[in-house]
Design a protein around this ligand. Structure first.
Ligand SMILES: Cc1ncc(COP(=O)(O)O)c(C=O)c1O
Length: 407
């Protein structure tokens, strides 16, 4: 087989399985490829003629049969130079990876295209996810397209338009009186009780692999010369893990040379466990109390493998930085004037860049890629979209009463 699973902690390898879970040692299992074999068939020349979607890299994705692929045309998003580079970093270069142009308005399209293609290959029909919003709407869209039943669990304060999107795509939509990890407990219970395939972060192998294509694309779009720094708004961290794997694989394939990018996570003040871990000699601890940041994809107090995310950041020579809500709003306006509709997460990446320049982490000649992971329009408040208030939603589940789980 072209791919298997390997433990990121102890290196143990095992056959590929869809419910990847963890290794016996507790480490996270990720997909590993027979790169020797892939090197014989995948070439830079060949890529020039492949479709402009993330599936151009299907040799580096864990799908056996192309007919299983569930695709809405995700990936190959524009990488555009920021006009303001001259003012911000005169000797360097700043790019924005416009992930809001994906079919579901966020980069989450990639992970769910991959995850549901794998699920499809294994005949799975009922899928569920806990999410801060964009992952849920992506699951809903891809499941709708694949004819699967989708169940999504979102925090109560999730932006209204995203909740509406989930319902419009046909997902059974639940609002949870808690944070994303509280919603995750419900999905976990439903694995047994309801027969759901859990597509939560790091619960299956596809989402990291789909996000890996962001790294593959940047390399190809920059003519196989990697940038110096990548600034990525981070929650669960699968984008950081996936992109780092992309760079390692490209290096092993001989597609890129030299140093790999310094990976930087940005979080909003009020929920910054990765930033705290980097400050605390790389010891990751979930942020159990006093979570007060706004409801965005970065608000993940207890990611499934925070330690792995921190180790990737540090292995790359990168870091983690937090920014305030006000800085995010200001950055959103700056990006807006550059013609870029940025989500709070995407704007946080620019706000993070300002911080890193101040701290001299960014060198004057650095080439930097900022990730605009979603579209600003998805974050309209409930009252702007004329929806009834939250509690009138059809489905309601409270973490404190999991018995209401049956649907
Ligand atoms: C728009 C947006 N940006 C960033 C993130 C964080 O991504 P990751 O889970 O890869 O850390 C999310 C996650 O929900 C998101 O929706």
């Amino acid at each position: 087989m072209r791919f298997l699973l390997a433990c990121r902690s102890c290196g143990k390898q095992m056959p590929f399985a869809i419910k990847a879970g963890s290794c016996k040692c507790g480490g996270t299992l990720l997909v590993a490829y027979d790169l020797e074999r892939i090197r014989r068939t995948l070439t830079k020349e060949k890529l020039k003629n492949l479709p402009a979607t993330m599936w151009r890299y299907n040799e580096l994705l864990p799908i056996e049969n192309e007919e299983s692929i569930i695709s809405l045309g995700e990936g190959w998003t524009p990488l555009v130079p920021l006009n303001m580079t001259k003012e911000i970093l005169p000797g360097g270069k700043i790019w924005v990876k416009r992930e809001e142009q994906n079919p579901t308005g966020s980069f989450k399209s990639r992970g769910f295209s991959a995850a549901l293609s794998i699920a499809n290959e294994y005949g799975i029909r009922k899928v569920a996810v806990n999410s801060n919003g964009n992952a849920a709407s992506a699951l809903a869209a891809y499941a709708g397209y694949a004819g699967m039943e989708a169940y999504v669990f979102l925090p109560l304060d999730c932006p209204g338009l995203i909740v509406k999107e989930c319902m419009d795509y046909g997902a059974r939509t639940f609002l949870v009186d808690g944070l994303i990890h509280d919603a995750g407990r419900i999905v976990k219970e439903g694995e047994q009780e309801q027969g759901w395939y859990n597509v939560g972060t790091l619960k299956e192998p596809g989402r990291v692999e789909g996000k890996k294509t962001m790294g593959l694309e940047i390399a190809e779009q920059l003519q196989w010369k990697l940038p110096d720094v990548i600034i990525y708004p981070t929650g669960g961290g699968s984008g950081i893990i996936g992109m780092w794997n992309a760079f390692l694989q490209l290096k092993e394939l001989g597609f890129v040379e030299g140093d790999l990018p310094r990976m930087v996570s940005v979080q909003e003040q009020g929920c910054q466990p990765l930033v705290d871990a980097v400050r605390n000699n790389a010891q990751f601890k979930p942020q159990c109390h006093h979570v007060y940041s706004s409801p965005t994809g970065m608000r993940v107090p207890d990611p499934p493998d925070g330690q792995l995310v921190v180790s990737v950041l540090l292995e790359s020579g990168g870091t983690a930085v937090s920014v305030t809500g006000t800085e995010i709003q200001q950055a959103q306006k700056i990006l807006g004037k550059q013609g870029i509709s940025s989500s709070p997460e995407g704007a946080a990446a620019l706000a993070g860049l300002f911080r890193l320049i101040e701290r001299n982490f960014i060198r004057s000649t650095d080439e930097v890629v900022l990730f605009n992971t979603s579209h600003s329009l998805k974050y309209l408040p409930w009252d702007c979209i004329g929806l009834p208030i939250v509690k009138t939603y059809r489905h309601w589940v409270s973490v404190s009463s999991p018995s209401e789980l049956s649907v």
